[in-house]
Design a protein around this ligand. Structure first.
Ligand code: C5P
Length: 222
């Protein structure tokens, strides 16, 4: 059994990918399976944490002993995470949040009309992770905030810039492209710390990567 080094801790994990409605039957979405987020929730529970999993459009069984809050869009995910982060020791944002949503979601299915289709106007979604960091002192002092990033090249340099931009404590940077990460069983990453640290996590099961991330969170909470 895992060491109960998260016993007495409350953690919030977001997982999956948001869907931004275009009309009642269509959405803008992404390929996130939710597997890495579910692995984070499962391993935290195994280490004794009280875990809330905010799950965006994930078709995986609920991990044992984890409270699951299902959401659809980025705005719903923001509301759920902002409510759940109160009193939590750590928040891990592994969900793939859509950067943009349609300005209007129409209530009837868009039909072919024989003329050129209307363009879909987009508006930017709130950056939930940056918002958690900005409101931390008021809402949850001492909370460890972890982000995820997918980069195709210059992984460490781009990751370091993103960590600074977002202001989070740890950023788990995956190298994507060439079939890596999305929907696969294995994952690899480098975890960058606001203290300048960089921890390589070699390719392995998503549960192993999750455990290494929790090791770094536990170090920070100590
Ligand atoms: O900027 P980028 O989308 O690469 O950042 C990824 C990280 O930011 C992830 O942790 C993701 O959950 C989070 N994010 C967010 N709100 C957004 C976009 C991304 O919290 N609107």
């Amino acid at each position: 059994a895992a060491a109960p080094d998260l016993a007495g801790r409350r953690v919030v994990v977001s997982a999956g990918g948001t869907r931004e409605a275009i009309d009642p039957v269509r959405f803008l979405g992404n390929h996130s399976s939710g597997k890495q987020g579910y692995a984070l929730a499962r391993t935290a529970a195994a280490r004794g944490a009280d875990v809330t999993l905010v799950a965006a459009n994930v078709s995986l069984p609920d991990p044992a002993g984890v409270r699951v809050v299902p959401v659809g869009s980025a705005v719903e995910l923001a509301e759920a995470v902002e409510a759940e982060r109160r009193g939590a020791d750590a928040v891990v944002m592994s969900a793939a949040v859509a950067d943009f949503r349609p300005v209007r979601s129409v209530s009837s299915k868009i039909k072919k009309s024989g003329t050129a289709p209307e363009p879909i106007a987009l508006v930017e979604n709130p950056d939930i992770l940056a918002g958690l960091v900005a409101s931390r002192d008021a809402e949850a002092p001492g909370q460890t905030i972890v982000g995820f990033a997918a980069e195709t090249d210059d992984v460490v340099a781009n990751g370091r810039a993103k960590l600074e931009r977002k202001g989070c404590d740890l950023l788990v940077v995956n190298q994507v492209g060439g079939g890596r990460a999305f929907g696969t069983e294995d994952n690899q990453a480098v975890v960058l710390g606001a203290d300048g640290s960089a921890t390589d996590i070699p390719t392995g099961p998503k549960d192993d990567l999750a455990d290494r991330v929790w090791d770094l969170v536990v170090e920070r909470l100590a």
